[in-house]
Design a protein around this ligand. Sequence first.
Ligand code: FAD
Length: 452
Amino acid sequence: AISPRAIVSDACASYSTLDGLNEELRPSLLDLTNNTDFFSYYRLNLFGRECPFWSDENSMCGNIACAVNTLDNEDDIPKIWRAKELGKLEGPKAEHPGKKLQQERYKKPLQGELGEDVGETCVVEYDDECDERDYCVPDDEGSSGKGDYVSLVDNPERFTGYAGEGTKQVWDAIYKENCFSKSSFPKSASLGSSPFTRQGPAANELQSVMREHGRQQALEEQQKQAPGTPFVAETGLENEDECLEKRVFYRVISGMHTSITTHICWEYLNQTTGAWGPNLECYKHRLHKFPERVSNLYFNYALVLRAVTKLGPYLKDYTFCSGDPVQDAITNSKVQALTSKAAEVPQIFDEGLMFVNGEGPSLKEDFRGRFRNVSRIMDCVGCDKCRLWGKLQTAGYGAALKVLFEYNSSKDVPVLKRTELVALFNTLGRISQSLEAINEFRTMVEAEESGS
Ligand code: FAD
């Protein structure tokens, strides 16, 4: 079912078209995310925020008690391979300079005249002002710390051993955000409340809302009980009758989940040998049997690449401020190289179809509010490295949605903050690597099936 000829519904491309694009764009994307300071360090508040939805204690699954679900016997495993160790951040961290330090550094007041050679984007990096058009909560919302810079290159997204009840709780909460009601969800409830404390129509909805996620779990159960039973051909999502907007919301989340799983299976730790490498069984068990999960990954590639392409012209004069003007100019030329190459291909996702017909227009605020809630849930992820990548990717999808749905008039486009740009390009980088890994895995399965 995961055939190169498969068409990605809701996007205008086949797997092979998107794979071809990925092959062409990947070197520029890798160069940008791995070799520029601007895009290889991410600022986020990783430790300063409590899980707003339930007690952290239950979800702190970076600890050994939680990891026993995946590791046979934690005591037999060298300490360095234990989930808690694997989930830790590596490399140096740099604190975000305070406003005062920034002023001194650039010898300029925060407002008004800028210094010589100092682009506006070099000055204030305070992301706590929320724009109502944001699809993510600013990462320093509700806390005094402004976060740390973390190297994304030193902390690759891969297997950490984080698993068990804590992860189930987080994924369930994320999928529950897919619970749309016919009438738009009140903003206050959508933004502030726990997904578990909703009342009235929203509470009733929960039963039907989890249909797709529940179906995924049922399919897994079916496989456990009768391994090898072929799945009914899955041409798309069960909720095909849902409107486009609701489908897109689900697909973004499911595609992100697929990407995370792909990285886990691709960079897996063999706890017997201590070697890192692809784990084919992991892929077969968690992705190959579920073509729609893979389809949602391809869908996300189309969506995020479209956002990056659309953003390209707005970044022509952007100062990618690292403190070194030569490096900034190089970063700019790398961004232009990528976005202009992407602009040469036909449009692969048409955002103009969303929020226009039927109940679409009334869903936009709801959609945004739910996505913000997903970004808040990331504070409940109980493993540092997983939380880093979970936060980055929700911020990346949030930035993509903002570009797709809010950049509609040339006059009043919202500004993308540095953190949003870094998240957006790195999220595309994650999906891009997942597509490559899925193709490798597919080749391995074919080789296995043909007995070679
Ligand atoms: P899970 O992946 O936990 O899935 C739970 C259920 O969701 C499945 O049983 C299935 O019914 C359904 N499901 C699975 N995939 C999809 C899909 N694509 N679409 C729709 N439904 C689906 N672990 C690491 O080792 N490294 C990481 O970097 C990492 N990052 C994480 C980031 C986040 C935000 C979260 C919440 C977890 C992260 N984890 C990470 C844990 C990892 O995602 C899994 O939860 C863990 O490996 C246990 O997997 P599982 O087999 O129980 O199924």
